[in-house]
Design a protein around this ligand. Structure first.
Ligand SMILES: Nc1ncnc2c1ncn2[C@@H]1O[C@H](COP(=O)(O)OP(=O)(O)OP(=O)(O)O)[C@@H](O)[C@H]1O
Ligand SMILES: [Mg+2]
Length: 324
């Protein structure tokens, strides 16, 4: 197994305020070369999980526990210097916000060749050739000119493409993308997803992708983890998850998939409230106050994990599989 995340917890400690548990005991795997999705609405812990895997959370005020095993090595135990050496080479992040991820005062070329030389150990001229090839591969119209362009001279779509090129430059075995398509228009979104799939296929990298949108995972991810309030409430292979979703929250997310031919659906159109209305997992199902299928015990007993039938389910009263 390429990546094994075990009992991951991320707690934000804030002076004078109660601790905020962003990730509350998460387990999942990413097999080599596969695309794995982490789906949940705002505040569910997607970014905290992705940043914890990359070891990019600040040290102060954040407690990260559990294990993040990359090829059996627990990244959480590495020194900052060891971790820095691995970022870009073994694992790499496709950043959420292209503006902040690319250095605005350096042309794209040096940023790309820098990554290639650092992580690929390339000399200057081959790195430049490889950079042109990468920009070509990610579909920049004029890759040679792209090298001289500053990030602000690129369109939003080109910037997203360039970012994927930067992340893929060192040929890492794991790419982590936190909401790679949010804020892009539908056409660009489809192109970026296509590009990510191609990069995964061509480089053999695995991809861990977070998104609030089950529609985005539908065509991209082989395995889907549904995250609610810091815990995984359902996980299955894509076809099983979409064919017979069992968790009421997954049903809610499915009801909120925006249609390409109409106005975007309101988030969680079929489920009321927000993640902040939840109960603590320790003594309840956090989703119970919003759940259309809640039973009295959902507010009293934390649901155990059931891994029968080729899926993971954390629910006292799941939707029957035959109801589809
Ligand atoms: N710096 C912080 N201090 C305190 N709490 C935080 C901090 N960052 C995140 N949290 C809390 O942790 C939880 C998970 O945050 P996270 O950033 O992982 O959300 P998310 O799933 O990525 O959603 P979104 O991207 O929409 O914010 C949220 O409830 C959030 O309020
Ligand atoms: Mg986020």
């Amino acid at each position: 197994m390429l990546l094994e995340v075990r009992d991951l917890r991320v707690v934000f400690r804030r002076r004078g305020l109660p601790d905020s548990v962003a990730v509350d005991g998460v387990d999942f795997d990413v097999p080599a070369g596969q695309v794995v999705g982490l789906v949940g609405e705002s505040g569910s812990g997607r970014s905290a999980t992705a940043m914890a895997v990359m070891r990019q959370l600040p040290r102060r005020g954040v407690e990260v526990t559990g294990r993040v095993l990359l090829d059996g090595v627990d990244l959480l135990t590495l020194s900052e210097a060891e971790m820095r050496a691995r970022r870009g080479r073994d694992l790499s992040m496709v950043l959420h916000n292209p503006r902040s991820a690319l250095n605005p005062v350096i042309p794209l070329g040096p940023q790309l060749t820098g990554a290639l030389r650092r992580h690929g150990g390339m000399a200057k001229a081959p790195a430049r050739r490889a950079a042109v090839e990468l920009l070509d591969r990610v579909g920049l119209a004029d890759p040679r000119r792209g090298l001289d362009a500053y990030p602000h001279q690129l369109t939003g779509s080109a910037r997203s493409r360039a970012l994927i090129a930067v992340a893929a430059a060192g040929r890492p075995r794991l790419l982590v993308a936190d909401e790679p398509t949010t804020a892009l228009d539908v056409t660009t979104q489809a192109q970026i997803l296509q590009l990510l799939r191609e990069v995964v296929r061509e480089t053999g990298a695995a991809l861990l992708m977070t998104t609030p949108d089950l529609g985005v995972v539908a065509g991209t991810c082989e395995t889907v983890n549904v995250l609610y309030s810091g815990r995984i409430v359902e996980r299955a292979q894509r076809h099983r998850l979409f064919g017979t979703p069992r968790h009421p929250y997954t049903h809610g997310l499915l009801g909120a998939i925006p249609r390409l031919d109409g106005p975007p659906a309101a988030a969680l159109g079929t489920i009321h409230g927000t993640g902040r209305d939840g109960l603590p997992w320790a003594g309840a199902c956090a989703f119970a106050p919003r759940c259309p299928r809640a039973l009295p015990r959902c507010g009293e007993v934390s649901p155990a994990v059931d891994t029968s039938g080729g899926r993971l389910l954390r629910c006292h009263n799941p939707v029957p599989a035959s109801a589809e």
